[in-house]
Design a protein around this ligand. Structure first.
Ligand code: NYM
Ligand code: MG
Length: 210
């Protein structure tokens, strides 16, 4: 039996890192993160370094070029994900293709264009969207210096996530209220995963293939 592939998505400051580590320990899962690995200093692949430099505003890139780098960063991790799941280990992943689409659509790129490079990646068994209002997210310790960390950008990202939600097959996208306490959110995330059916086949379906 292969492992479960669980993705956690949400705006910046929605509490993803905390919930990913809680969920990973509850499920005895491997925690992974896009872009790169946790923490920021570990955006270590060649592609991860380019992404990091862009996010911390040390380099400029065309919107489409950075979009493709984020996608390439997932493709370079694909074999590792597949191998891990096939060995029977669960994965909890902090952001995935959905962030790729949401942040680039928020900058004005078209939905279909943004989706295309990620078609065929391993499809998560479920994506948990940690839902928080932009206002509440911005009150959580304020935004840092990274690109995209502004109320106006996050509002557009939230709208784009709403569009993705409509596009997702039944049961693949579960919204959890991220405004509750850390323990309550953790319990809800865990119950979402516990209620999933066991993976029906050993191999993973391709993302966005339908
Ligand atoms: N981000 C993340 C994208 O714009 N596209 C992507 O494909 C992914 C995975 O990177 N503001 C953005 C969202 C975040 C930023 O992520 C850094 P994090 O989780 O804050 O390290
Ligand atoms: Mg962030």
């Amino acid at each position: 039996m292969r492992g479960l592939f669980v993705v956690v998505e949400g705006l910046d400051r929605a509490g993803k890192s905390t919930q990913v580590s809680r969920l990973a320990s509850a499920l005895d899962a491997k925690a992974i993160k896009f872009p790169g690995n946790i923490p920021r200093e570990d955006r270590t692949t060649a592609i991860g370094k380019m992404i990091d430099s862009y996010l911390v505003q040390q380099s400029e890139l065309d919107d489409r070029a950075i979009h493709l780098l984020f996608s390439a960063n997932r493709w370079e991790a694909r074999q590792g994900i597949v191998t891990c799941l096939e060995s029977g280990k669960n994965i909890v992943c902090d952001r995935y293709a959905f962030s790729g689409i949401a942040y680039s659509c928020a900058k004005g790129l078209s939905y279909q264009w943004c989706k295309a490079p990620d078609v065929g990646l391993p499809e998560p068994d479920v994506t948990i969207f940690l839902d928080l209002s932009v206002e509440e997210a911005s009150r959580r310790g304020g935004y840092g210096e990274e690109r995209y960390e502004s109320v106006s950008m996050q509002s557009k990202v939230r709208e784009a996530f709403a569009q993705i939600r409509k596009d997702m097959p039944q049961g693949k996208w579960v919204v959890v209220d991220a405004g509750k306490s850390v323990d309550e959110v953790a319990a809800e995330c865990e119950s979402v995963v516990r209620s999933l059916a066991k993976p029906s086949s050993a191999s993973l379906a391709p993302l966005f293939a339908q």
